[in-house]
Design a protein around this ligand. Structure first.
Ligand SMILES: Cc1cc2nc3c(=O)[nH]c(=O)nc-3n(C[C@H](O)[C@H](O)[C@H](O)COP(=O)(O)O)c2cc1C
Length: 476
C-alpha cells in the first residue's frame, strides 16, 4: 500500500483526500466566449471519478481581454457555469476543486506584446481589483479555494521576473520591488475571500531564460509568499515570452522556446527534472516556520517515485498534469493496488501542441476519436498475444527497427519497454501501430526490448517475448 501518496492533507480547512494534484491544464474545450460547457465539466469530473486529491481547474481569465478559447471568471455572467462545474465535481467524489485565475497582457500577430512597464498606475489598480473580484466569484461559485497564476509569461509572473523593467513601487531592480505586486494582489484577495478560504499560488521555481531568476530568488519568493499568507505553493518552471520562437503572422507564444520545453519537459528529458526545486523551497519555508504544502510537478508519474518523494520530504503533494490527462484513474488504481493498469504518459507532448494551436486538448494515447479519457472498468479483460514471439528487432546504421504482430482483444495501443545495458526498464514509446524505429541507441551497448498491448481501461497484456541486441561498436 502506498501510504504517503494516499495520505489526506488539510489546507486551510480544505480536506484533500490524498496527495495527488492535477495542476492547471488548459483544455481549449471552451469556446472563445469562455463559458463552462459540458465537455469541460466532463473533463474535471473524470479527475474526480479517478479520485485525484486536488483538482486545479485550468487558467481562467479575470478580465475581458481578447484571447483564444479560454475559460473566464471575469464577470457574474460566468457564475452559473462555475457553480455547475464545482457541484458536478463534488457530486462525483471527495476530490477538492480549485480554479486557477489569471491575468495576461496583450499580444499581437505583428509580434508586438504589451509588457508590464507599459501599465499605468490605474491599470495596475484595475488588475488588483480584478483579482480580488475573481477570487470572490470563485468562493461564491462553490469552489474549495482559489489559485493565483503567478507563473510562466503572465502578468503576475512578469512582476516577479528579473526582466521587470518598472522603476516605481514595483521596481524590477530589487527583489522587494518585484514582490510588491503579488503582495498587493494577495491583500486584495484576502480582503475579498476572508482568512479561512484557501488561496494557493503557482509560480516559477526558475524562469529558465537568460538573465531570468533561478532558485536563488525563488526560495526567497516562496518565503515571502508564505509570509503573505498563501495556503499552498505549486511550482512550475519556464514558459516565457523572452525566448519564444516567433512565427510570421502569429502572436508570440510562450511555450515555443526552450523555456517552454522545460515547462512541459518532453520525452528527451530524464524523469523528474524539477524535484530539487521543490525540495529546496520546502526546506527554506519549513526552516522559517511555515508548513504550507509545496507541490512539485514535471515528469513525475511512477507511483513508486511519487511515494519516495513524499517519504523523503522533497514535496508535500505530487502534481501530475500530462499523466493524469492520459489516465485520470491513476489514484484509483493505486488505491486498488492495480498500478499495473495505469496507462503511463510517454511525454510525446501532442497535448502541448494541441494547446499551442488552440485545438481541443486530448491525449494521443486515448482510443481514437475520444474527447475524454476512457472510464476505468476493472473487469475488462486485457489484450492477449496470439503468437509466442510477436516482437522482432534488427539493427542497422544506428537504428534498431522493431516490429510486432498485433495483439487481440480490446487494444488501444502498445507500450515499448527498453533496458539499456541491463539497467532499469523504461517505457520509451507508445504506438498505435506495429512498428517503431529506435534511433537513440549507442553502438557497443546492449539493448533489451519487449512490448505490452494495453486496452481502453489500461489493462495490459503480458509482456511479449524479450529481444536482446548487442550493438556493434564502430566509430567509422
Ligand atoms: C496542455 C497543457 C496545458 C497547460 N496549461 C497550464 C495552465 O493553464 N496553467 C498552468 O499553471 N500550467 C499549465 N500547464 C503546465 C502543467 O500544469 C505542468 O506544470 C506541466 O505540464 C509539467 O507537469 P507534467 O510533467 O506532470 O505534465 C499546462 C500543460 C499542458 C501540457
Amino acid at each position: 500500500m502506498r501510504s504517503h501518496i494516499l495520505d489526506p492533507i488539510t489546507i486551510n480547512g480544505m480536506q484533500v483526500p490524498n496527495r495527488t494534484v492535477v495542476p492547471a491544464m488548459v483544455t481549449r474545450l471552451s469556446g472563445e466566449d469562455g463559458f463552462v460547457n459540458q465537455a469541460i465539466i466532463d473533463r474535471y469530473v473524470s479527475y474526480a471519478k479517478g479520485n485525484v486529491g486536488l483538482i486545479i481547474v485550468e487558467a481562467m481569465a479575470i478580465h475581458n481581454s481578447k484571447s483564444g478559447p479560454l475559460l473566464r471568471i471575469s464577470d457574474d455572467s460566468f457564475m452559473e457555469g462555475h457553480r455547475k462545474l464545482a457541484r458536478a465535481v463534488h457530486a462525483a467524489s471527495d476530490s477538492k476543486v480549485v480554479p486557477q485565475i489569471i491575468h495576461f497582457m496583450k499580444v499581437a500577430r505583428s509580434g508586438w506584446r504589451q509588457t508590464i512597464d507599459m501599465l499605468s498606475e490605474d491599470d495596475i489598480k484595475g488588475i488588483i481589483r480584478d483579482f480580488g473580484a475573481a477570487a470572490k466569484r470563485a468562493k461564491d461559485a462553490g469552489y474549495d479555494g482559489v489559485e493565483l497564476h503567478s507563473a510562466h509569461a503572465y502578468t503576475l509572473s512578469s512582476f516577479l521576473s528579473r526582466h521587470n523593467k518598472r522603476r516605481d513601487r514595483y521596481d524590477g531592480r530589487s527583489l522587494e520591488g518585484r514582490l510588491r505586486m503579488f503582495g498587493d494582489v494577495m491583500a486584495e484577495v484576502r480582503a475579498n475571500v476572508g482568512d479561512d478560504f484557501p488561496v494557493g499560488v503557482r509560480f516559477l521555481a526558475d524562469e529558465m531564460i537568460k538573465d531570468g531568476y533561478t532558485l536563488e530568488d525563488s526560495r526567497l519568493i516562496a518565503l515571502r509568499m508564505a509570509q503573505l499568507g498563501v495556503d499552498y505553493i505549486s511550482l512550475s518552471v519556464g514558459g516565457k515570452f523572452e525566448d519564444a520562437i516567433l512565427q510570421e503572422g502569429l502572436p508570440p507564444y510562450p511555450y515555443t522556446g526552450y523555456s517552454g520545453e522545460r515547462c512541459m519537459p518532453g520525452a528527451s528529458f530524464p524523469k523528474m527534472p524539477h524535484v530539487h526545486y521543490a525540495a529546496a523551497i520546502k526546506e527554506m519555508i519549513n526552516r522559517k516556520g511555515y508548513d504550507i504544502p509545496v507541490i512539485s510537478a514535471g515528469k513525475i508519474n511512477a507511483p513508486a517515485d511519487a511515494e519516495q518523494l513524499l517519504k523523503e520530504g522533497k514535496a508535500d503533494m505530487i502534481g501530475m498534469a500530462r499523466q493524469l490527462l492520459v489516465d485520470p484513474n491513476w489514484p484509483k488504481k493505486v488505491m486498488a493496488e492495480r498500478e499495473d493498469d495505469i496507462v503511463p504518459c510517454v511525454y510525446c507532448n501532442v497535448c502541448k501542441q494541441l494547446d499551442e494551436n488552440f485545438k481541443e486538448v486530448t491525449c494521443f494515447l486515448w482510443p481514437k476519436g475520444y474527447k475524454q479519457a476512457p472510464a476505468y472498468d476493472p473487469a475488462l479483460t486485457p489484450p492477449t498475444w496470439d503468437s509466442e514471439i510477436p516482437l522482432q528487432a534488427e539493427y542497422a546504421d544506428g537504428i534498431v527497427k522493431l516490429k510486432w504482430q498485433r495483439a487481440t482483444g480490446d487494444v488501444s495501443g502498445y507500450d515499448l519497454y527498453r533496458a539499456e545495458d541491463n539497467g532499469d526498464v523504461k517505457i520509451i514509446q507508445a504506438k498505435k501501430g506495429g512498428k517503431f524505429d529506435d534511433k537513440s541507441v549507442l553502438g557497443g551497448l546492449k539493448y533489451s526490448y519487449y512490448i505490452r498491448a494495453y486496452g481502453k481501461s489500461g489493462q495490459s497484456s503480458a509482456p511479449s517475448n524479450m529481444v536482446e541486441l548487442d550493438l556493434p561498436f564502430s566509430v567509422s
